[in-house]
Design a protein around this ligand. Structure first.
Ligand SMILES: *Cc1c(COP(=O)(O)O)cnc(C)c1O
Length: 503
């Protein structure tokens, strides 16, 4: 895409600025006046729409080596301002060729980070407003819209009515908030006051399939990673509740304090679903805080037919779901729900004189609902997305995505050269290439790793891997806003061709 021609906007500048421009012609260009902003924004709108239409033409992952992009950038900042054309030319020449295109129709890696047109438009407005929404007074509309949108989403996902929601930056941070709240509840808010002095060992439980953020958060919250107990899983990679109860009992016998359990709806490796009902009952019995990590799969709760996953959710203390993964809302937007809002506030609130306002007792000041003080206005994009698609529009997309994942699973099951490696409750398919003449595990691992590397190097498709039961497994997932069944078919074609060319 060629971007700019002559800077004719200079001549549209108001008279005083134009005369300034005559004296300092280059400087005037570089100041980015409102008039220039207007012109550039119009051009960028076209650029963005073109990108939406043409994203499939880029390599999914760029063929660049580590350090290559940085080497093309000057090693010091410019002393003098530069014209916007120079910035945009370098964006297209240096940056764009080094981007991985997450919205590419052949991006099947990780979990999607979906964006959508309404979400992008809202992000533009958010950026234009430039508001820092830490407390009610710093933008009443941002605070109250967040309250309202979190209520909508709570209803949409079928979460308990008395729960309260807040938008956080990421699931990692929300889970840290949950662990800190659990820690304080378990110690009657003593750790906040005096640190871990005289507290027993506080224990946290999660399945051995739990996301790495759980371990990170356990470390950061001061539990110590040795106090994260990995609970074994069943054949479906879901937590075994009896094993959780056993672990709790063993810890009690040693004088430890069972503090928090993290159950996962949709593990990152294979979207396994931990059984909430029995886990929740155990947590209630032993007074253990239950946090539910539904970072990816939470979005599927939009569908009444998927609510089996959340059966027992009313026994949980907190819940996290990322609309920035599968609900067509730009990164970052994490929905964090808690049963006991007071416990969260008691863990996080601090009120210095310079943040006091007359309305404090009447409003939510979200700075007290998580770690950062400053907050972006994130509710706007979620509001735009929900209103643009409507509940039914969102449901239709998610329903399709899941149906296509299941269809792909059946195709793999019927292919003698491939083997499915985990159940497919949603739209992530875990499988490996397993030609009938190969039997030993190390060879299969090597074949699949080689297959994945060759596919990803092609630039035509991007997939990632995991290990299940020690075996190298290819993950394939699609949940972007505009993804289609044809994209799956095309991706499968790439896989079959690349696997066949081994011989
Ligand atoms: C993606 C993911 C996370 C981490 O999400 P962030 O918002 O990037 O912190 C946590 N848990 C699960 C199950 C995930 O899939």
């Amino acid at each position: 895409m060629i971007f700019f021609g002559v800077v004719k906007e200079l001549f549209d500048l108001p008279i005083p600025l134009r005369s300034y421009a005559c004296i300092h012609p280059t400087n005037a260009l570089r100041l980015m006046t409102h008039a220039e902003f207007r012109a550039r924004a119009h051009q960028l709108a076209d650029w963005m729409a073109d990108y939406f239409e043409q994203v499939a033409q880029y390599p999914v992952k760029p063929a660049v080596k580590p350090g290559e992009i940085k080497a093309r950038l000057p090693d010091a900042a410019p002393a003098q301002g530069e014209p916007f054309e120079a910035l945009m030319a370098d964006f297209e020449r240096i940056i764009l060729p080094g981007m991985t295109h997450w919205q590419h129709p052949q991006f099947f890696a990780y979990f999607p980070a979906s964006r959508s047109a309404p979400s992008v438009l809202a992000e533009m407005l958010t950026a234009a407003l430039g508001a820092q929404c830490m407390i009610w007074q710093t933008s009443p509309a941002a605070e109250e819209l967040e309250e309202r949108v979190m209520e909508w989403l709570r209803q949409m996902l079928g979460l308990p009515e008395h729960w309260t929601g807040v938008i956080q930056d990421t699931a990692s941070t929300a889970t840290l908030a949950a662990l800190l709240t659990a820690r304080e509840k378990a110690t009657d808010w003593q750790v906040l006051r005096q640190g871990f002095y005289q507290t027993p060992r506080l224990r946290v439980y999660a399945s051995n399939q739990a996301h790495s953020s759980i371990l990170k958060d356990v470390r950061l919250a001061g539990f110590g990673e040795d106090n994260l107990v990995h609970i074994p899983v069943d054949n479906n990679y879901a937590m075994i509740p009896q094993a959780l109860e056993q672990a709790i009992q063993q810890d009690l016998a040693k004088g430890y304090k069972p503090t928090c359990a993290v159950a996962c709806l949709g593990t990152t490796s294979s979207t396994a679903i931990d059984p909430l009902q029995p886990i929740g009952e155990i947590c209630r019995r032993y007074n253990v805080f239950l946090h539910v990590d539904a970072a990816y799969a939470g979005t599927a709760l939009l569908l009444p037919e998927m609510r089996w996953m959340s059966q027992g959710i009313e026994l949980a203390d907190s819940f996290v779901c990322n609309p920035h993964k599968w609900m067509f809302t730009n990164f970052d937007c994490t929905a964090y729900y808690v049963r006991d809002k007071q416990a969260l506030l008691r863990t996080f609130s601090i009120l210095p004189e310079y943040l006091k306002t007359p309305e404090d007792h009447l409003v939510n000041n979200y700075r007290d609902w998580g770690i950062p003080l400053g907050r972006r206005f994130r509710a706007l994009k979620l509001w735009f997305v929900i209103r643009t698609y409507g509940i039914e529009g969102l449901q239709q997309k998610i329903r399709n995505h899941i149906a296509w994942g299941q269809r792909m699973a059946r195709i793999i099951d019927e292919d003698p050269d491939f083997e499915r490696m985990a159940p497919t409750p949603l739209n992530l398919v875990c499988f490996r290439y397993h030609p009938t003449d190969v039997h030993d595990e190390p060879t299969l691992d090597r074949l699949n790793e080689d297959l994945l590397l060759r596919l990803n190097a092609s630039g035509r498709i991007l997939l990632t891997q995991t290990r299940l039961n020690g075996r190298y497994v290819i993950r394939m997932v699609a949940g972007q806003t505009e993804t289609t069944w044809e994209n799956w078919v095309q991706g499968w074609g790439e896989l079959k061709r690349a696997a066949g060319s081994r011989r």
